[in-house]
Design a protein around this ligand. Structure first.
Ligand code: CMX
Length: 435
């Protein structure tokens, strides 16, 4: 058993004891009330899940085990001469609950390198799809093809004891995370770079290797990938991708099946696909206005047009956050440091000045501020990654860290099958009539 497993198991044993005690003493306490409106409105505001890896506060934004994004940028180990945190560190933090040392992060990097081999049949399955297929469809198909490798599915078939589930789940989580950069880069090179592939570089870290295999060796892009993979990793338990992964995993579907389910949710335009929608929307605006740097007045008019056509302004709004997303701010800082004069990045900043007052004026939008997806695409375009349909795949590779760390926790804490109660409107009416 390696250090990650040992430390995770020790923490899980301690947490199990804490939860047992907590439920013994407080198990009947009420944590909230549910109104009729809430069950018709996407269960917004209902506390109904436990997710140990991160917690989202409407005002403070996301915290991973108590650490905010700026704190993580300062405290997590970095690559040699690197400026941004290594995402391996946030994976460790989510599993072990404490900040890793440089050696801990190096250990995870080496484990992921060792486990990164992708069997040939996965590439054959991806190759069988037409080139016009959306990259997220190729990605999830590749993950499904990789399910043949699941340790948990094999162990379950042999009759593993419940108390040991966590270990093959953790092996699957690490195998899958290790293999995702290769699958993502393969899809990118197949679809956009003439099917000319780049073999992994065994000396690079997880995010650096992804950049390398995609064909982007600039230090700036590698730094961006490390930041991107860190800040997109997790956003507590109720968002569509985290919740779907957790839900499917609760049926004891293995991590490959569960993660694929979650990523099908990430591929929706109200969730992770918003990062492609933002750049598509800006490109269309620039084309329509015939300029690379539209004025704030022009942006304002275009926003109003978008809204009048019954569409959302992509990258703005959030189901929980009620302020500018700290992940947007982290990317803005990156832009100021690396590319302050880039017209696309400047347009993102101009949109940031123009959109919130317009959305506020509509009166119905609970959060007029930008989310993570409002900024990411412009940074990628700066380094030449213009193929915006691919952006959600990068989000998916990062999100694996959070949702798979959560699956490890789900099984280590023995969480049961998830099965909330649903009602019909007829049943609601009868209930209101007292019948
Ligand atoms: N542009 C226009 N209208 C918006 C809006 C936006 N950016 N954000 C919310 N609204 C509208 C909603 O569509 C809803 O309208 P109706 O009442 O007519 O149906 C109303 O405002 C109230 O919505 P809300 O309670 O403020 O927001 P929700 O919790 O229902 O939805 C979200 C949250 C993110 C789906 C929504 O803000 C949205 O569609 N944003 C644009 C897409 C986007 O950026 N998604 C990425 C989110 C981050 C991520 O998961 O990656």
């Amino acid at each position: 058993m390696g250090i990650l497993k040992e430390r995770f198991k020790a923490k899980a044993d301690a947490d199990n004891a804490t939860i047992k005690e907590l439920l013994k003493n407080h198990g009947t306490k009420k944590i909230g009330e549910v109104t009729l409106s809430q069950i018709y409105q996407g269960m917004r505001g209902i506390t109904g899940l436990v997710s140990e890896t991160s917690l989202l506060d409407a005002q403070d934004g996301i915290r991973f085990r108590g650490y905010s994004i700026p704190e993580l940028q300062a405290k997590l180990p970095k690559a040699p001469n690197g400026t941004e945190p290594l995402p391996e560190g946030i994976f460790y933090l989510m599993l072990v609950g404490e900040l890793p040392t440089e050696e801990d992060v190096q250990y995870i990097t080496s484990v992921l390198q060792r486990r990164s081999h992708v069997p040939n049949h996965v590439f054959s399955v991806i190759d069988a799809l037409p080139l016009s297929t959306h990259p997220m469809t190729m990605f999830v198909t590749g993950v499904m093809a990789l399910q043949t490798e699941s340790n948990f599915a094999k162990a379950y078939a042999k009759g593993i004891s419940k108390k040991d589930y966590w270990e093959p789940i953790m092996d699957d989580a690490m195998d899958l995370i290790a293999r995702l950069p290769r699958i993502a880069a393969y899809i990118y090179r197949r679809k956009y770079k003439n099917n000319e592939h780049i073999e992994p570089n065994g000396l690079l870290d997880w995010a650096g290797n992804l950049a390398y295999m995609m064909g982007y060796e600039q230090p700036g892009f590698m730094a961006l990938m490390r930041l991107y993979m860190t800040i997109h990793a997790d956003h507590e338990g109720g968002n569509v991708s985290a919740h779907a992964t957790h839900l499917v995993g609760s049926a004891l579907s293995d991590p490959y099946l569960s993660y694929a389910a979650g990523m099908n949710g990430l591929a929706g335009p109200l969730h992770g696909l918003a990062n492609q929608e933002v750049i598509k929307w800006i490109f269309e605006m620039r084309k329509e206005l015939g300029t690379d740097l539209p004025t704030k007045e022009q942006i304002g008019e275009y926003v109003k047009k978008t809204l009048s056509e019954g569409k959302v302004v992509p990258g703005y709004g959030h189901a929980v956050l009620r302020r500018t997303d700290p992940r947007f701010e982290a990317q803005m800082e990156f832009g100021k440091k690396h590319m302050p004069d880039d017209p696309l990045v400047q347009t993102v900043w101009n949109i940031y000045e123009v959109v919130p007052p317009i959305l506020k004026s509509l009166g119905k939008i609970k959060n007029p501020w930008p989310n993570v997806d409002a900024h990411s695409g412009a940074l990628l375009v700066h380094y030449g990654l213009v193929e915006y349909e691919f952006y959600t795949v990068l989000f998916a590779v990062s999100r694996a860290l959070g949702v798979l760390a959560n699956l490890c926790w789900d099984r280590a804490l023995g969480f049961p099958l998830e099965r909330p109660k649903s009602v019909t409107t007829r049943a609601v009416k009868l209930w209101l009539e007292g019948k």
